[in-house]
Write a protein that binds this ligand. Structure first.
Ligand SMILES: *[C@@H]1O[C@H](CO)[C@@H](O)[C@H](O)[C@H]1NC(C)=O
Ligand SMILES: *[C@@H]1O[C@H](CO)[C@@H](O)[C@H](O)[C@H]1NC(C)=O
Ligand SMILES: *[C@@H]1O[C@H](CO)[C@@H](O)[C@H](O)[C@H]1NC(C)=O
Length: 297
């Protein structure tokens, strides 16, 4: 808590002595002694305040900064004093006194409040662990918070007491916005949100199969893409049929990149069962099964 170094103090005393000799003391009798003027206390950080003031008409030998509520006092030979090793978010009251040796003049107490010393989590990274989980990790800010809060999108935050966390129960191939905040009492410092995407999974079955243009030997089939965020490469359509008149059976198969296909080479009046499975880069998922009957001759 030093405002001034001893070397500078010595220099100041020598200069003052020289100046006093030069002016012969005549100027001093005109200038007026008094307390420091325009005292201000500014927060510099969570642990430091900078107190500064204007000199009175007549420069004192030195100033003395005093915390009005405890024993702290400090001499200053400039018109400011950096007071450190304080507590964050705390208000302090100081007076500053002009000391002329034989007489002192004090300013009224002036208050200053240190800043909150918390900070946002640093270097937040998100990596995919699986089709349903993301790992979030970060570095702590300079002052450890009470805890961290992790939120996915606009969902409420989850309290976390370590510097990494695995978010589970997510959808595959889906991009999530993740925010991490440091929590200090009533203060919160949030890091810039980071995006993360879960891994590919095999898709669920396609939806709503519909038959159309049913003839004696073919039918046309449409369906809807499965409910997934993953990219669908193609569909595997495989079918089997049984004649309703004779004991005949058969099957067929085709691939389609779109959500429609024809099923062909069927006999008249046969029951046809179709399985439609969608594929992502990881392969085919379970099929949707539907059936219909070809026209009679
Ligand atoms: C403190 O205030 C003085 C006077 O305004 C200024 O010169 C100095 O740079 C300040 N120091 C800090 C650390 O803010
Ligand atoms: C068979 O296809 C017709 C339309 O061609 C449709 O009305 C009917 O519901 C389908 N039957 C089944 C079991 O899907
Ligand atoms: C399409 O699906 C059928 C039935 O599951 C399977 O036997 C066949 O190998 C699949 N075809 C391709 C190209 O994956």
């Amino acid at each position: 808590m030093l405002c001034w170094s001893r070397v500078l103090l010595l220099l100041y005393v020598l200069l003052l002595a020289a100046a006093t000799e030069d002016s012969g003391g005549a100027a001093m009798s005109h200038a007026e002694e008094g307390p420091p003027l325009n005292v201000i206390v500014e927060a510099v950080s969570g642990t430091a305040l900078n107190m500064s003031w204007d000199p009175p008409d007549e420069e004192p030998q030195y100033y003395e900064v005093t915390d009005v509520r405890d024993s702290f006092n400090e001499l200053a030979y400039t018109t400011y004093c950096l007071i450190d090793e304080l507590q964050p978010c705390t208000t302090y009251f100081y007076t500053v006194t002009s000391d002329y040796g034989s007489i002192q003049y004090s300013s009224p107490p002036t208050s200053g409040t240190t800043l909150a010393s918390g900070g946002a989590p640093q270097d937040v990274t998100v990596t995919a662990v699986s089709e349903s989980a993301l790992r979030v990790s970060w570095d702590p800010p300079s002052e450890d918070p009470d805890y961290y809060s992790i939120a996915v999108g606009t969902a409420p935050g989850v309290p976390v007491y370590t510097t990494s966390y695995i978010l589970e129960g997510l959808e595959p191939c889906t991009e999530y916005e993740i925010s991490v905040a440091s929590e200090y009492g009533n203060d919160e410092y949030m890091a810039t949100p980071v995006m993360g995407k879960t891994l590919d999974s095999v898709p669920p079955p396609p939806l709503n199969c519909d038959f159309d243009r049913i003839t004696t030997n073919s039918m046309y089939l449409t369906w809807s893409a499965p409910d997934t965020g993953c990219y669908i490469r193609n569909y595997n359509i495989s079918w089997s049929w049984s004649s309703l008149w004779e004991d005949e059976h058969g099957s067929g198969e085709t691939l389609s990149t779109g959500t429609h296909t024809s099923v062909w080479d069927l006999p008249a009046y046969a029951i046809v069962t179709v399985n439609i499975a969608a594929a992502t880069d990881l392969g085919f998922g379970p099929p949707l099964t539907c059936w219909n009957v070809t026209q009679q001759d």
